[in-house]
Each structure stands twice: as structure tokens, then as C-alpha cells.
Write a protein that binds this ligand. Structure first.
Ligand code: ATP
Ligand code: MG
Length: 416
């Protein structure tokens, strides 16, 4: 029997994790500078949390959640996204006693989707949430932080689209208008949309079926139906975005796949070369969710970045890994001294792998090469007596004799 990973669940191998770490560290250092604190959230939550937040008639809840009873029969769900768990924690730990709370998280999310490149069943997100700020400036600042993050990573061609979904004042009337429009197009909609326009007509605007995209082309626009408050908020978001040097594109069809959004929503796309898997980050405002989950009225804005798609965009752009040094000791005495030297070199920050095998120097050099060594450092009897090592630069095919206490600085400065 051969055991392989389940389809849609990936191993992230050491060749990729250097880039992943670089992305996560960049996020961390930029988000920190904007006052965000990291939160570590559980991977499993009560199913109820997602039913009440994401919405029962969304794709995620209808067909994508990993939901199961635990041994007690309590219903659990592997989190499909991080906003609802973050809000749950915000309410549970009464973080709302602070005037504003900025949270940031990274980790795996789970959705039962059709696995394909850029779309997996376990995927990773970096997310951030600003809880307790109603100002359109908060939306614009979070978006400018996100654009700065992409620019720092040198992501090419990231483009921002924004929309406003209105609020409890104006959305019901819009829903009604859209419902009537969709009723007239009933023959052209996919089965799924035909069913859900009764409860949640906005979902038809988000449907990826070609027929639905065609049928909703002329649908009434949300941004034309905003009430005064929402329209003013949206105008200010655009104004502040321009203040941050960002020229946003308004896409009135973008409704996002979660029901908790109010007012601003957005998506950032880039050329992943994967067709519709081109969104690398998305999010928006959710002014009602904290209350709906039992907390005090708290306007919020948040987003999530898709790690796999971002890593795909940056493949080949990775900062070069620190050089790898393989150490070969020849003979008992050299081995003894080697223990001390290797420990000192590691302490000085260089990456050293000891080559322990019993073969001759030639065999062991071959193994060093296959390990991908940038340098081989050899300590034989002569070197031992003279207080030096032979340092072979594997990529340049040259070698030098180097004093023990100079090895770390020479290798660290080699800049392979
Ligand atoms: P899409 O339209 O691509 O399905 P989404 O609207 O479902 O995305 P969100 O829930 O807003 O996505 O999640 C934010 C980001 O997480 C997406 O922009 C994407 O980069 C990433 N993402 C979402 N689902 C997956 C998945 N199944 N596999 C890999 N990345 C994903
Ligand atoms: Mg999706």
C-alpha cells in the first residue's frame, strides 16, 4: 500500500519554506509598524460560529466546510477563514475595552473545493483585522499597508478593485431591485443561483458560472443604490486611498463570498497565470459582525492574503538562502577538534552540516556536492597541526587555507 497526501492538502518542502518565511516575516514587520499584534487562533471552532457569521446561503457554508461531530457529538468545523474566529476571540476576551484593536494572524484554512493549482483544500492565509474603527480612513490605511506589503515583496502588477455593499439602510432595497432583475433572467441562471436568489440574490453576482456572469452583466449596480451615509463613506475611502497614492478601480459587481461584509469590500488581483485563481488578497468592512456574535457594536475592517498564490507570484524572486557549509573531519583527532570548531562557527551564524560518513575524502566530497554545499571545509592531520582548515568554494572550484577563527567571517561574507 502506498500512502500519499490527500488531494488538495500539500506538503510545503524546505525548498519553498524559505520564501514562505520571508513572506511571513515581511508581513510581520510591516503590520507591526502599523500597530498590529499577532493572535494565534485555534484551527477548529464550533460550527455555529461560521453558520452565524459567514452566512448559511454562501458557497463556503453550503458546500465547502469541513464539519464533523467530535466523539461527544458536538459539531466542529475546521476554520474556512480567520475573521469569524478573530471576532469570536475579540468578544470572548473582551478586547473591546481598548478603543481600537488591531489583530494579525497566519495559518491554515480549510475548504472543500475542487483542488487545482492555486486552489487547495488546506491553504494558508495571512490576515489582519482592525476592530473598533468606523472611519473610512481605517479602510484606506489598511489597504495602503497591504499595497506596501506587496510592493516590499516586489509583487508585480498588483491591482486593487473596491466596491461598497451598503448597509442595513440601503442593502434591503437593492436586494429587492436585484431580485426583480434576476427573476426576469431566471431562464439563464445556473441551478444554484436560481435556488439562492430567493434568499440571497447578491450571490448571483459572485457566481463563476459563465451563464450567470452573462445574465448579470446589466444587473442594477450596488454603488448606484447606496444611501447617503454609505455613499459618503465610500467617497471618503476613495479620497483617502488617493492620499496614500493609490488609485482604486471601482468594481460594482464584486460582492465577495461572505455575508458579513458591509460597505467597503475589495480584492487584489495579480497575474498568477492561473485564470480565475488570480485573487491574492481580499477583504472589507464588517460593521455588524461583532454585535451579531454577542459583543458591543464595533465597526471593523479586515483582509486575508492567500499564501500559495502569493508564493507562486514570487517564485524565483526569493532572497538567496544563507550559504551551506559541509564540514569533513579526517581522523579521530580532527573529529574531536571539529566538534569544537563547528560549534563555534554555528555560533557565529553560519549554516554547517557535518559529513559523518566513513568513506574517503573523494566520496565524502561527492556527498557534500549532492547536499548542495556552497563550501566544503576540510580538517585533516596537516591542517590540524597548523591550526587551519581547507575551505573549498564548490561553486567557484577554488580552495584556500584559512585559520580557524577566520572561517565564519570568510564564509558569511562570501555572498553566494
Ligand atoms: P476565490 O474567489 O479565488 O475563490 P475567495 O473569495 O474564496 O477567493 P477569500 O475567502 O476572500 O477568497 O480569501 C482570501 C484569499 O485567500 C483569496 O484571495 C485567495 O488568495 C486565498 N484563497 C481562498 N481560497 C483558497 C483556496 N481554496 N486555495 C488557495 N488559496 C485560497
Ligand atoms: Mg472561494
Amino acid at each position: 500500500m502506498s500512502i500519499t497526501a490527500i488531494r488538495g492538502f500539500n506538503d510545503i518542502l524546505p525548498g519553498q519554506t524559505g520564501l514562505w518565511r520571508q513572506i511571513e516575516q515581511t508581513a510581520w514587520s510591516i503590520f507591526r509598524a502599523y500597530g498590529f499584534g499577532e493572535i494565534r487562533l485555534p484551527i477548529v471552532e464550533k460550527t455555529e460560529l461560521f453558520l452565524r457569521s459567514i452566512g448559511e446561503t454562501t458557497d463556503i457554508v453550503e458546500k465547502e466546510m469541513y464539519t464533523f461531530p467530535d466523539r461527544h457529538g458536538d459539531m466542529m468545523t475546521l476554520r474556512p477563514e480567520g475573521t469569524a474566529p478573530a471576532v469570536r476571540a475579540f468578544v470572548e476576551h473582551k478586547l473591546y475595552t481598548a478603543p481600537v484593536t488591531k489583530l494579525y494572524y497566519t495559518g491554515p484554512m480549510f475548504r472543500y473545493e475542487r483542488p487545482q493549482k492555486g486552489r487547495y483544500r488546506q491553504f494558508y492565509q495571512i490576515g489582519a483585522e482592525v476592530l473598533g474603527d468606523e472611519s473610512p480612513r481605517a479602510d484606506a490605511e489598511a489597504l495602503s499597508m497591504l499595497m506596501k506589503f506587496f510592493a516590499t515583496l516586489k509583487v508585480k502588477g498588483a491591482s486593487l478593485q473596491i466596491n461598497s455593499l451598503g448597509d442595513a439602510n440601503c442593502r434591503p432595497a437593492y436586494k429587492e431591485k436585484l431580485y426583480n432583475y434576476l427573476k426576469g433572467k431566471a431562464g439563464e441562471l445556473c441551478e444554484n443561483c436560481l435556488r439562492r436568489i430567493e434568499t440571497n440574490p447578491l450571490r448571483a453576482l459572485d457566481c463563476k458560472a459563465a451563464d450567470c456572469i452573462e445574465a448579470t452583466k446589466e444587473a442594477p449596480s450596488l454603488v448606484d443604490s447606496l444611501c447617503e451615509g454609505c455613499a459618503a463613506h465610500f467617497d471618503r475611502v476613495k479620497y483617502f486611498l488617493r492620499l496614500y497614492g493609490i488609485d482604486p478601480l471601482v468594481n460594482p459587481r464584486m460582492v465577495r463570498g461572505l455575508d458579513y461584509y458591509t460597505r467597503t469590500t475589495f480584492e487584489i488581483t495579480a497575474d498568477t497565470g492561473l485564470g480565475s485563481q488570480n485573487a491574492v488578497a481580499a477583504g472589507g468592512r464588517y460593521d455588524r459582525l461583532v454585535e451579531e456574535l454577542g459583543g458591543p457594536a464595533t465597526p471593523c475592517f479586515g483582509f486575508a492574503i492567500g499564501m500559495e498564490r502569493l508564493a507562486l507570484l514570487l517564485e524565483g524572486e526569493q532572497a538567496l538562502a544563507a550559504p551551506l557549509t559541509v564540514f569533513i573531519a579526517l581522523g579521530d583527532e580532527a573529529e574531536k577538534k571539529g566538534v569544537e570548531l563547528v560549534s563555534a562557527w554555528r555560533g557565529a551564524g553560519i549554516r554547517v552540516v557535518e559529513e559523518f560518513s566513513a568513506g574517503g575524502l573523494k566520496t565524502r566530497m561527492k556527498r557534500a556536492d549532492r547536499l548542495g554545499a556552497d563550501f566544503a571545509v576540510i580538517l585533516g592531520e596537516n591542517e590540524l597541526n597548523e591550526g587551519v582548515v581547507t575551505v573549498k568554494d564548490m561553486k567557484q572550484a577554488r580552495q584556500d587555507t584559512v585559520a580557524w577563527d577566520k572561517v565564519a567571517s570568510i564564509i558569511a561574507g562570501a555572498g553566494h
